[in-house]
Structure formats: C-alpha cells, structure tokens
Unconditional design. Structure first.
Length: 346
C-alpha cells in the first residue's frame, strides 16, 4: 500500500515517521523525514500533488496540516477515486474557523462559553471598553504561536488586540473567562460514528500531559454521550467529516463542561503523545475510518498506561518524557519549568 502525507508541520513529520515503522506500507511525504520517501513538491501545490498521486498510484492520502486542510483538495482526490483521510472542505471550515465553530456549537445546543465575535477592528476596540474582566481574546484562525490571551484589564486587552491586528487577523472572538481546567479530547471519525482516543491537557502552548486525573470510565461515557455523539450527529448533517477532531473542553469548579473550540487535526505537542501512547496499528485504525467499520472493528482504541509529558524546549524542538506516574515522568524530564507547571498535580 502506498500512503502519502501532505503537510509541512510537526504532525506531518511525526506521522510520516511513525507510519514508516509498519512494513505493510510504502510511505511518501511532502516533509523530508529520515526513512520516508520525500517528494519535493510544495504541500500547497495541489495540481502537482494530484499528478504525483495519479502517476505513482498512491492509494491513501493523509492531509495532516491545517493549511492544506483549508482547501477542496480532499474532494478532488475523492473524485479521482483515491482514499483520503481528511474532511471535505465546507465541513472542515466548521472546525478550522473558530467563529463558525462557536456559532455551530450554539446553534446545535452544545454547551459553549458565552462569546462575542467582531469582524471589524473598530467594533473590537469599542467592545473592550465596557467588557467584564478577566476576558479571553482569540483570533479566528488556528495559530499555535498566537492563541488565546486572558486579559485582566482594558490595557492588556488593547495590547492583545493590537498584536492580533498587526499579524493580519481580521476576526476576533471574545469569550467570558471561566476559571477551570482545560483539556482536549481527541476523536477519530468515519463521517458519522466516532471513537474517543485520548485526553491531553496543555499549558501555555509549551507543555502537554496525556490523560487527565478525572478521566475514568464514567467521565469518558459522559463526554461520548453528551458531547461527542451530538457533535458528530450535527456535523453529519452538514457533510462528510472523516479524520481527526480535537475538541477543546473547559471543566469548571462545579464540574460544568463547556466546549471551547475544535481542531481539525492533532496539535504539535499532542501528536507526540498520541503516536507514542497508542497501542493500535495506526494504518489499520485510519483505514477503518475510511472503510466505515470503525465502530465494528474497535470497541475501544487501546493506549498504554504510562503518563506522557511533552514540551517545547528552548531550541523550539519537541521533547517527550514518560513514566509510570506523573511524578516519575516529571523527574525523568529534568525540566524545572515543566515540573513547576504540573507540580500542583502531585
């Protein structure tokens, strides 16, 4: 089987390398990774990529980069009869466009934090004058460097807005700040059914931990029945979403859950944790989503029982550490910053 990864991000590198470990497939990638067949084509040059796919008889294409997902390339490939692990363009916009996602969640009665969307800078600057603080401010586009900013004062909000507009973000989302714990629940879907993968909690876009201390079977059932299933039902009415969705949650002090936003694939830190902790053959797992037998084949997607920590070090590289307990994983990491971020968990 010939598989092509399309992207130019950390997730593409990690998945290309992981899939190359399986003997059942020949792996190609638009990112240069040791042990993988590198194709020197820009990952956004879809015409050239389509020609390569057809000429080399690629059987499965996995689009693993947010920017590449923001196109109708997946549908062009499907029209050629090529298997694609990626959502269709229009339905992907529901997860990649944060403003659309908030409206979609609200319209389908999926609990989300109160929000205001401003498409014009004048309206945004006017809004923060009388806003209640603390206030969460985020750009509409997914960006792993410039994400959500929590502002305590009008001055901080003004500075955050100015920074977003200087980086050409046009639509801004304001959310009521709610104290609580944030985490991401990753799911894999075949277009209608979905399976919960694992939980990852992230801090300051620099540190991430696998699992959450309250993720028992009862909690997993609640997440699946009250959030994942309704979300998938709503999405299936809009189009075909095959692939990965990361659902960002907030759990407040009274155990109320809110969906903050969705991610159309794994984020950089989370992909390290997923590929190292998942016990399943990932080629077979992804293929089951394409063939529609995800639910029949997997009662549960299995993960090991280790605690994983990921961090972006001072050189901008991702490092992953694991142990039988969080304390052991933190000690192995020897990172004082990482230990400080998660020490409250002991």
């Amino acid at each position: 089987m010939k598989i092509l990864f399309i992207g130019n991000n950390h997730a593409t590198r990690v998945f290309s390398k992981k899939f190359a470990e399986y003997n059942q497939a020949e792996i190609y990638s638009t990112t240069n990774v040791e042990g993988v067949n590198f194709i020197d084509i820009n990952y956004l040059d879809f015409n050239s990529l389509l020609q390569f796919v057809k000429k080399n008889k690629i059987e499965l294409v996995i689009i693993s980069d947010y920017m590449a997902l923001e196109s109708d390339f997946s549908e062009k490939l499907k029209n050629e009869g090529i298997g694609v692990f990626a959502p269709d363009y229009e339905i992907n916009r529901i997860t990649s466009d944060k403003a659309k996602a908030k409206k979609f969640l609200y319209r389908n009665k999926i609990e989300t934090t109160p929000f205001v969307i401003c498409d014009k800078s004048q309206n945004a600057y006017e809004y923060i004058k009388n806003a209640d603080y603390p206030l969460c401010i985020k750009p509409n586009e997914h960006n792993e460097i410039l994400g959500t900013v929590i502002c305590e004062t009008y001055k901080e909000a003004h500075l955050a807005l100015t920074k977003f507009y200087e980086n050409d973000f046009s639509t801004i989302i304001f959310e009521n700040f709610i104290e609580g714990q944030e985490f991401t629940a990753y799911i894999i879907t075949d277009g209608f059914n979905a399976k919960l993968l694992n939980f990852v909690s992230t801090k300051n876009s620099r540190w991430a931990k696998s699992g959450i201390n309250f993720a028992n079977e009862e909690f997993r059932k609640k997440i699946t029945e009250e959030y994942i299933n309704p979300l998938m039902f709503a999405l299936s009415n809009e189009g075909e979403y095959i692939g990965i969705i990361g659902i960002d949650f907030l759990l407040d002090s009274e155990n109320n859950l809110f969906v903050l936003e969705c991610n159309p694939f794994f984020q950089s830190l989370d992909v390290e944790i997923f590929t190292k902790s998942c016990r399943e053959n990932l080629i077979e797992l992804f293929e089951s989503a394409l063939s529609g037998d995800l639910v029949e084949k997997y009662q549960n997607v299995e993960f090991d029982d280790m605690v994983y920590l990921a961090e972006i070090n001072n050189s901008g590289e991702v490092e992953t550490h694991c142990g039988r307990t969080l304390h052991e994983a933190l000690e192995i990491s020897e990172s004082k910053e990482l230990q400080k971020e998660f020490e409250w968990k002991f």
